[in-house]
Design a protein around this ligand. Structure first.
Ligand SMILES: *[C@@H]1O[C@H](CO)[C@@H](O)[C@H](O)[C@H]1NC(C)=O
Ligand SMILES: *[C@@H]1O[C@H](CO)[C@@H](O)[C@H](O)[C@H]1NC(C)=O
Length: 374
């Protein structure tokens, strides 16, 4: 090992092992800019030290950014000038089965032509890094248009380019955030976990459990027997929980000091369906924490299940959500396990307007407060 490598290794090691909650990240989705009333003016850079802007994609041999998304950049630049600790990350997001995208990253010449374009785009728009993510939902991928090793090669080449660019420009290296969703066995063929961890500075891991669309005795799911952000499960054979998903990634070769847990914090609303037979509740919508506050002010009660996860109940409505108490539990989990940090996968899930009367971004503020505690 060369002396420089040893020093680099040592600094990295000390850096990673001496801090908890290195990364507190909020994801701003272009979709939410359209659907919710969230605007860049709502963003508080002190509660979101890392802001991921979603999405950019590959099209016509180039990086394409939705206008709605790129229109927020000038505001972000002002925010960066005011708060030098604020870091901007662009989310490069592509459906795994898209032919043109596949063709780019599996062909060395093509990916080596694309990566410099990515670097230039990031630098020109004052980004501090990129998150590289595959959209893996139902019907999006076919084994014919995916190759687990070429995907890892793509990550390797991006990190190599970032390292070389930092040397030649003298600027801090651009950060590479990998992304893994291995909550389903079907996704296993998509991720070479050890290699993705090796080339990424950090890896965002989707860790929240899936939620049922129908609840009630008819489906053998009692109201208090489920929650879409439970850390642990009390039931044997229930593998749908954050801890199980995290352990799965680590067992496959993940590195805990690089693991950022991503949680979907939208409140899930269910409505009672009246009719013959057993009572049942159907999923009706998701909404943010402010909307939960608005409903709670009309009565009803709150029960806590699993690790202090709240469930709101009234005659017709059941809501599974997160509050300051349940998020504090999650940050404690991250710290106890020595993980890198926390990402809110859609920041419009928080009460960004302060409807609840607890100030703006009460959930992310709770995350920050717990992270700061020794
Ligand atoms: C209902 O769920 C319980 C655990 O929650 C399980 O022990 C039982 O076997 C299930 N019953 C049916 C009919 O699936
Ligand atoms: C909470 O509200 C639900 C629905 O109205 C009711 O079934 C339940 O008994 C209530 N729980 C408490 C502890 O009041």
């Amino acid at each position: 090992m060369k002396a420089t490598n040893i020093i680099f290794f040592f600094i990295t090691f000390v850096h990673l092992s001496s801090e908890n909650c290195n990364i507190i990240m909020c994801n701003l989705k272009g979709k939410s800019l359209k659907q919710s009333r969230l605007t860049s003016a709502d963003i508080d850079t002190t509660v979101c030290p890392y802001l991921t802007i979603s999405f950019a994609e590959f099209d016509n041999d180039a990086l394409v950014v939705d206008k709605q998304v790129s229109e927020t950049f000038p505001w972000m630049w002002v925010a960066k000038a005011k708060n030098p600790n604020f870091k901007l990350v662009l989310c490069f997001y592509n459906a795994v089965g898209v032919e043109e995208f596949y063709d780019m990253y599996r062909t060395p010449e093509k990916r080596l032509k694309f990566i410099p374009l990515l670097v230039t785009y990031l630098r020109n728009n004052k980004f501090d890094g990129v998150q590289v993510e595959l959209a893996v939902g139902y019907g999006l991928w076919s084994p014919l248009r995916y190759n687990i090793d070429r995907w890892a090669d793509f990550m390797e080449d991006i990190q190599k380019a970032f390292t070389e660019e930092a040397k030649s420009s003298g600027k801090p290296k651009l950060l590479l955030f990998g992304h893994i969703d291995s909550r389903k066995e079907d996704y296993d063929p998509l991720y070479h976990v050890p290699r993705i961890y090796k080339y990424s500075d950090f890896v965002i891991v989707d860790a929240w459990p899936y939620y049922p669309l129908r609840i009630g005795p008819k489906y053998n799911i009692s109201i208090t027997n489920t929650h879409h952000t439970r850390i642990y499960s009390e039931h044997q054979g229930d593998f749908s929980n954050i801890d199980y998903n995290v352990k799965t990634i680590l067992r496959k070769g993940g590195i805990k000091e690089k693991t950022v847990i991503s949680l979907y914090l939208m409140a899930e609303f269910y409505r009672r369906v009246f009719g013959l037979g057993f009572p049942r509740y159907d999923w009706v919508k998701y909404d943010n924490y402010g909307a939960v506050g608005a409903i709670m002010s009309q009565g009803g009660n709150v029960t806590r299940v699993f690790d202090n996860c709240p469930i709101f109940m009234s005659d017709r409505t059941v809501i599974y959500y997160d509050d300051e108490i349940s998020l504090t539990e999650k940050v404690k989990y991250i710290k106890t396990k020595g993980l890198a940090g926390f990402e809110i996968s859609d920041m419009s899930a928080d009460d960004f307007k302060g409807v609840f009367g607890r100030g703006k971004f009460p959930l992310m503020r709770a995350v920050n407060e717990e992270c700061r505690k020794p």
